[in-house]
Design a protein around this ligand. Structure first.
Ligand code: SAH
Length: 344
């Protein structure tokens, strides 16, 4: 019989496992504290559990199914983690510490590979393997914390995959991060390329984490030329859905815009973008394109970036430029391509 996997399970499930094995239900909460708050790596370290309980756990349960294969550290301190899933697929996560802040932000994956096919993104080149389970999403944070002895304070769902296409596991994992890792809703950001039905569902659910939209173009024509998802979900419909989302939840959206030289970085694009989002309660996050040898896309000149920013600011938007992080270890946005290819 397969052993029971603990990390990533919800409390009901673990309580059921404990009672089925003639253990007190309340031990489940103790185990939870050990794994989620103290990141212990084995049952013997759970010193407030009776010996007999620890023996049963060792016999019938395992803590993790995901294996940390490789860790790389960038010059700027950013770390990239390569994980192997139990079926031989790989995913990556990134841990970033922002200067002068106690914040530790983990960027996690929700799918092995990605089905969205954005033309400029390295992950897209992998194709789509499968959705991650909730346990696999949670284990990324567990293993990062256990490996580094650090406590993650912020989570961004901006790794490999499209989170809104793995919707139930996304929501379940956020619930566990909030309730058991004690990471507040506002410290969690979900980034999507714009899957309208699920954005509408988040609006219905009164989602309290931050929603970031990978817009990357100010109109339908340009957007569909670089992001195939725009063929299915049109620019104007997306804008309406986002507007409805901000009205229902009262939350401000983050508009992400990757600046690519000669593609979407012109003054006209900036003006068109400012107009398109003028009525959308939003901040803008400009991302300078992270180049790689294989990609024909390039980063814009500094001047173009500043001009773009200025035009948006002049229209009343708060604009940040996302700092390039970990590019020397291919850990920057859009560079997660799991160099170790999956066996399957
Ligand atoms: N599928 C989701 C989550 C991925 S987030 C989404 O699209 O939002 C990863 C972000 O990095 C996305 O905004 C993506 O468009 C962006 N990106 C992809 N390739 C990039 C690159 N080479 N440089 C900078 N950003 C990139």
């Amino acid at each position: 019989m397969d052993k029971y996997l603990i990390v990533g399970k919800n409390l009901d499930s673990l309580e059921k496992f404990m009672t089925e094995n003639n253990q007190s239900k309340y031990r489940a909460k103790q185990i939870y504290n050990w794994v989620y708050l103290k990141s212990v790596k084995d049952f013997d370290s759970m010193t407030d559990l009776p010996l007999q309980t620890r023996e049963i756990l060792k016999e019938k349960a395992i803590l993790t199914s995901v294996i940390l294969k490789e860790k790389q550290v960038s010059k700027d301190g950013t770390m990239k983690f390569l994980f192997e899933l139990s079926d031989g697929n790989y995913v990556e996560s990134v841990l970033m510490r922002f200067d002068n802040r106690a914040n530790l932000t983990a960027c996690i994956s929700t799918q092995a590979g990605c089905p969205m096919g954005c033309k400029f993104c390295a992950t897209a080149k992998l194709g789509f393997k499968r959705n991650l389970t909730c346990e696999e999403i949670i284990q990324q944070i567990f293993l990062i914390q256990a490996q580094t002895n650090l406590k993650v304070t912020n989570i961004v769902y901006m790794g490999q995959g499209e989170p809104l296409l793995n919707f139930d596991n996304l929501l379940e994992s956020i619930k566990i991060f909030r309730e058991h890792f004690q990471i507040g809703a506002r410290r969690i950001t979900v980034s999507t390329c714009g899957i309208i039905p699920q954005i509408n569902e988040l609006a219905q659910l009164n989602f309290q984490s931050t929603l970031a939209i990978s817009l990357h173009a100010p109109n339908q024509k340009l957007r569909e030329s670089i992001m195939p998802v725009a063929n299915k979900y049109k620019f104007d419909d997306l804008m309406m859905s986002l507007k409805n989302y901000t009205e229902k939840t009262g939350r401000r959206i983050t508009v992400e815009y990757v600046l690519m030289k000669g593609i979407n970085d012109s003054v006209e694009c900036a003006k068109e973008l400012a107009y398109a989002i003028s009525k959308l309660k939003s901040n803008v996050n400009l991302i300078v394109y992270n180049q790689n040898e294989k990609s024909p896309y390039k980063k814009p000149d500094k001047e173009a970036i500043q001009k773009f920013k200025y035009i948006l600011e002049a229209s009343g938007k708060k604009v940040t430029i996302r700092l390039e992080r970990g590019s020397d270890i291919d850990a920057a946005c859009g560079q997660l391509s799991s160099r170790m290819k999956s066996k399957s």
